[in-house]
Design a protein around this ligand. Sequence first.
Ligand code: ZN
Ligand code: MN
Length: 143
Amino acid sequence: METRVEHAVDQLKSGGVRMTPQRYAILNYLMESIIHPTADDIFRALSPQYPSLSIATVYNNLKVFVDAGLVRELTYGDDSSRFDADLSDHYHVTCTKCGTIVDFDHPPVKDVEQAAAEATGFTVFGHRLELYGLCPTCKGMHS
Ligand code: ZN
Ligand code: MN
């Protein structure tokens, strides 16, 4: 049985992307991560093991993965993009205090798309929904 990383590697190779140890490490980190890391998070996590890794290499690889459809880029205004290798339909809840992002499984809210289509005459084919609040840890702290 092929693992998710192996499957992703095969997909990249068949798209003509050469595999390097650093590229593999970044991909593997993303696939195993649940924290929705920024490029900087990835760099800091992997640089002890890969001293020659540069932040530019991390950015280049993230672009390769996003272009190949293996990873989703999550943008939040002017903040650093975060990256998610979980491509299933899910929403994110963000803690406004510590920045933690947690997955939230919920069927896509198609009725909003329907309502928007009816109200505007658009053909609506997607939406973006972000939820904000305080995570359990931050909620428990006296500020
Ligand atoms: Zn928090
Ligand atoms: Mn996610």
